[in-house]
Design a protein around this ligand. Structure first.
Ligand code: CO
Length: 510
């Protein structure tokens, strides 16, 4: 690759290389999708092997020195377009990040993760943290090593956070949570003084196939295009993409609770619309990818909570839902649905938490991870620390490990630094939503009429089309005029929950 090769020819070589790597990555993703949906259970060992081989292949190809040389050469050129430069700079960042981890380390980590996952499954089934503890210990040691390899300025946990959310640090999270904690605690205390809302409307028998039909109808009405996607069932709902022309979602059904499936489906729809809206002509390149995990989660939560748990949404969808379940919904109206799906109650399980207490589940995990990584908390002390924090923040007793520190899969996957992106997502969602409401006249009315296209178009113009061009913080500034700030979330929360718990009715956005 000499200096005389023209820029367009060289850029083509870069593009071809990245797109081939993307082909391998997305083929791997398809195997993963199959594993979570239709694969016969007996095939798990072979499938794990196939996935590991392909992942290693993609990683090896990307970290070959020729990728680095291609990028350095191209980035010295003066005749790059702005778009080309963005892609190249982001690829160079990825390259520099990935080559920091020696292949021996990557293999050791991935083997430890496989074993940890199996032990976590056992430990959770047996309700015994001690079965998982030695593996968690190994993972923490490896993660500390990883932090050293990746490098950081102030805190080793910053290096891990940065892998999921570029630029995210303990300093930023400490600041954010120190504002969020007292504001949320105050609102929760106000709510606790009020009579609890009723949610019996949700807890009836809703036949599985009828729920499924409703979810497919709902997806279509909210803008999901089945020509470029599909929905299937999986134990743990997720969204997965193989390009921006094939983005699939999964959901699960509980016959005794209609909300269990419905808002999970809407959540995944939000992730899927983002992936479907990414620039198709940037396949395999950074500008064809999502900005970050935090921004991804902002998209799912904006649809699930800000849109999907609004009175306008309930008003629009109540008759639709009633057409599937006429008997169950006969005694009720849209407002009953609205209150029921927004019931606030401190609980043990993160994935079933309401949108207010949810943040405390994240803050607790953040505190545990940060303390483990910096070495101020011993692995064996995690269950006690967990119990003490749940009592402190949520006022509830954790009865055992399965309902406590063993409930999430993340640590067994080696994902330290992932949880905070969920809170960041809610906060960004509230900021984007507040901006959208200001910019779109008569927004609530349009929502009530089912004009979801407006939301999708707004998000497309403001978020989707940029791909990874901006960091989360830059994107947030571009859209809202300021960086991440929990105030919009708190304002949204106060308005909504003071109305739901009916003790303050002014200044309400319906
Ligand atoms: Co999500």
């Amino acid at each position: 690759m000499d200096q005389l090769t023209t820029t367009p020819a060289l850029y083509e070589a870069y593009k071809k290389r990245l797109q081939e790597i993307a082909d391998i990555r997305y083929a791997t993703a398809l195997l993963q999708w199959d594993q979570e949906t239709y694969m016969p259970a007996g095939s798990i060992t072979t499938r794990s092997r196939q996935i590991a081989t392909l992942s290693e292949l993609a990683h090896a190809r990307f970290t070959e020195s020729v990728t680095g040389e291609l990028l350095t050469n191209l980035l010295e050129r003066k005749d790059l377009t702005e778009e080309q430069r963005s892609n190249l700079e982001l690829s160079q960042y990825d390259y520099q990040q990935q080559v920091k981890l020696p292949s021996g380390f990557v293999r050791e980590l991935s083997e430890t993760i496989s074993n940890s996952f199996n032990h976590w499954v056992e430990a959770r089934k047996n309700n015994s943290f001690s079965l998982f503890a030695p593996w968690l210990e190994k993972l923490v040691t490896l993660k500390r090593k990883e932090a050293e390899l990746m490098g950081y300025e102030h805190h080793p946990y910053d290096a891990l956070l940065n892998q999921y959310e570029r630029g995210c640090t303990t300093e930023l999270l400490d600041q954010l949570f120190s504002r969020l904690k007292p504001a949320l605690a105050e609102l929760l205390a106000e709510i606790k003084q009020q009579p609890q809302v009723e949610n019996r409307i949700l807890k009836q028998h809703f036949q599985e196939d009828q729920q499924w039909a409703f979810s497919m109808d709902l997806l279509e009405k909210m803008g999901y295009n089945f020509h470029f996607g599909r929905q299937d069932k999986a134990a743990h709902p997720f969204t997965i993409n193989f390009s921006s022309e094939d983005v699939r979602i999964t959901t699960r059904v509980r016959e005794e609770d209609i909300s269990y499936m419905t808002w999970s489906t809407i959540h995944e729809l939000g992730h899927a619309l983002y992936e479907l809206g990414l620039p198709n002509n940037q396949y395999g390149l950074p500008l064809g990818e999502a900005a970050s995990l935090g921004i991804h989660e902002s998209q799912s939560r904006l649809w699930e909570n800000n849109i999907g748990r609004s009175l306008a949404w309930c008003t629009h969808f109540f008759p639709v839902l009633k057409s599937y379940f006429p008997q169950q919904l006969e005694p009720y109206g849209p407002e009953d649905l609205f209150r029921a799906i927004n019931k606030v109650q401190p609980s043990l399980i993160r994935t079933e938490a309401d949108e207010l207490t949810y943040h405390f589940h994240i803050i607790i995990r953040y505190e545990v991870e940060k303390a483990l990584v910096e070495g101020s908390l011993e692995v064996n002390a995690v269950p006690e620390f967990w119990k003490q924090r749940y009592q402190h923040y949520l006022g509830i007793d954790v009865p055992d490990d399965s309902n406590g520190c063993l409930q999430d899969v993340h640590w067994s996957h080696g994902s330290f630094g992932y949880f905070p992106t969920y809170s960041l997502g809610s906060i960004y969602a509230a900021q984007f939503y507040a901006t959208l409401v200001k910019q779109v006249p008569k927004f609530e009315k349009l929502l009530q009429e089912g004009e979801f296209e407006i939301v999708k178009n707004w998000l497309s113009d403001n978020v989707y089309i940029h791909g990874r061009k901006y960091t989360s913080e830059e994107l947030c500034r571009r859209i809202t005029g300021k960086g991440i700030d929990p105030e919009d979330f708190m304002q949204y929360a106060r308005d909504k929950y003071r109305f739901i718990y009916a003790y303050k009715l002014e200044g309400i956005i319906l």
